[in-house]
Design a protein around this ligand. Structure first.
Ligand code: GCO
Ligand code: MG
Length: 398
C-alpha cells in the first residue's frame, strides 16, 4: 500500500496574487501530487489548516482512498462547508487525483470518463474606462482568436463616477449602483451596434445591485443577447433568482462565492441558473466537483468553473480536465498567465485560438519549481476593492 508521507502548503505569488498549492509526498520514492487550495484573501489560514490539522490526520493513509479521505477530512473538524477548510481539503483532494493519474499513467480527464471534446472554449476579461476603450480591448482579443469576452467598464460596480458623499464619509471603494447600471446598458448597446451579434459577450454584476435592481438590470440587458449575466445577486439573496427568471430570459451564471451545497442545490434543482460558476477549491476539490457536474447535467445546467487570476495553474488545469470530460460543459474562464507563473508552474494551461487544451501528461499535468516559487512571496494586504461602499458610505457586498 502506498501511503501519504508528507503534506505541505506551498505559498507563492508569481503574478502578485497569493496562490496556495498543496504537495503530497508518498511512501513511493518520486511519487507526489499537487493540488490547488487557493483562497487568495486568507492564504495563511488555509496554510495553517493544511499543516496543523490535515497533515497529522493524513500521514500514513492510503493514497488511493480519495473518497474516504475527502469525506473523513470534511467532518474531521465537525463544522464544515466553509471557505478555509474547503480550500485546504481541495488541495489534498486534487493532489490525490494527481497521484491516481500518475499511478494509472493517464491524464486526469481519462479517469473522469474521457474526452467529450478536444479542447474547451474559454472567455477572457475585457475592461476599460470608456465604452470606446472597452470596444478596443474586445477587438484586440477577437484578433487573438477569443470568441467569448467578458466586458466590464471599471471592473465591478464601475469607476470614473461622480460620487456625492456625506461629510466625514469613511474610506472605501465607492460606487453608484444606478450610474453603474446606466453605463453598462449603454456599453452593451454600443458594443452590439459596433460589433454585431456574433461575438459572445458576458458581464459580471459581482453582487453590486439591490435585488430588485438586479431584476430590472437582467430585463434591460436582455436585448443584447449576453452569453451569460454573472452574480446578479449575492449568495444571501438567491431566492430572488425566481423573480429574475419571471422577468428575463437572459442566461444566468452564479456560484464563485458558494461553499455549501445548500447554496447551489436549490438553484440547480429549480432550474434558476444556466451556468454554475463554482471556484472548484471553494467546494473542496475534484471529488465534489465531479458530483456537481452530474447533478447539473440532470437539470440542464452547464459548467463555467471560476478561473480568475486567484487560481493556481494546478487549479486551472484541474478545471480543464473537468471541462474536457463533461458533456454539460458550458465555458471556461481563463487567466492570461505571465511569464513568471509559467516558469514557476511548468505545464500551465495554454490557450490557442480561443481554446484551452488538457495536459496529456499523467494526472493533472502541472509541476511546480519550489525554489523559483520562493522568489515570489505572498503578501498579507487587505484587497481595497472588498471595502465597497455606496455613495452615502453604506458598506456593500464587494
Ligand atoms: C470572476 C471573479 C473574480 C473575483 C476574484 C475575487 O468572475 O473572475 O468575479 O474576478 O472577483 O476571484 O478574488
Ligand atoms: Mg465573478
Amino acid at each position: 500500500m502506498i501511503t501519504i508521507r508528507d503534506v505541505k502548503a506551498i505559498l507563492t505569488a508569481p503574478e502578485g496574487i497569493n496562490l496556495v498549492v498543496v504537495k503530497i509526498e508518498t511512501s513511493e520514492p518520486g511519487l507526489y501530487g499537487l493540488g490547488c487550495a487557493t483562497f487568495t484573501q486568507r492564504y495563511l489560514t488555509v496554510q495553517n489548516a493544511i499543516e496543523e490539522y490535515l497533515k497529522p490526520f493524513l500521514i500514513g493513509k492510503d493514497v488511493q482512498r480519495i473518497e474516504d479521505i475527502w469525506n473523513t477530512s470534511m467532518v474531521s473538524g465537525y463544522w464544515r462547508n466553509g471557505p478555509v477548510l474547503n480550500n485546504a481539503i481541495s488541495g489534498v483532494d486534487m493532489a490525490l487525483w494527481d497521484i491516481k493519474g500518475k499511478l494509472a499513467n493517464m491524464p486526469l480527464y481519462q479517469l473522469l470518463g474521457g474526452k467529450c471534446r478536444e479542447a474547451a472554449p474559454v472567455y477572457i476579461h475585457a475592461d476599460g474606462r470608456t465604452k470606446e476603450e472597452v470596444k478596443e480591448n474586445v477587438c484586440s482579443y477577437m484578433e487573438e482568436g477569443y470568441r467569448y469576452i467578458r466586458c466590464q467598464m471599471g471592473l465591478y460596480g464601475g469607476k470614473e463616477q461622480k460620487i456625492i458623499k456625506p461629510d466625514h464619509a469613511l474610506d472605501g471603494a465607492y460606487y453608484d449602483p444606478k450610474v453603474y447600471m446606466r453605463d453598462v446598458i449603454n456599453l452593451f448597446d454600443y458594443l452590439r451596434s459596433k460589433l454585431g451579434p456574433e461575438i459572445e459577450l458576458l458581464h459580471d454584476v459581482h453582487e453590486r445591485l439591490a435585488p430588485i435592481d438586479a431584476v430590472r438590470f437582467a430585463k434591460l440587458l436582455e436585448p443584447y443577447n449576453l452569453f451569460f449575466l454573472e452574480d446578479a445577486l449575492p449568495p444571501e439573496q438567491i431566492e430572488w433568482f425566481k423573480t429574475i427568471r419571471q422577468h428575463s430570459a437572459i442566461p444566468i451564471a452564479m456560484g464563485e462565492l458558494f461553499n455549501n451545497p445548500n447554496e447551489y442545490i436549490p438553484l440547480i434543482k429549480d432550474r434558476l441558473i444556466d451556468f454554475i460558476r463554482i471556484h472548484v477549491s471553494q467546494i473542496g476539490g475534484i471529488t465534489p466537483a465531479k458530483k456537481l457536474i452530474s447533478l447539473c447535467e440532470s437539470f440542464g445546467v452547464r459548467t463555467a468553473w471560476h478561473g480568475p487570476g486567484d487560481l493556481s495553474p494546478v487549479g486551472h488545469a484541474a478545471s480543464v480536465h473537468l471541462d474536457i470530460s463533461s458533456i454539460n460543459f458550458g465555458i471556461q474562464e481563463m487567466n492570461k498567465f505571465n511569464d513568471a507563473i509559467q516558469e514557476v508552474f511548468p505545464g500551465t494551461p495554454e490557450v490557442k485560438n480561443g481554446y484551452v487544451y488538457p495536459n496529456e501528461k499523467p494526472g493533472i499535468g502541472v509541476e511546480i519549481n519550489e525554489e523559483l516559487a520562493k522568489k515570489y512571496p505572498c503578501t498579507n494586504e487587505l484587497p481595497s476593492w472588498t471595502l465597497a461602499r455606496l455613495p452615502d458610505g453604506t458598506s456593500a457586498r464587494p
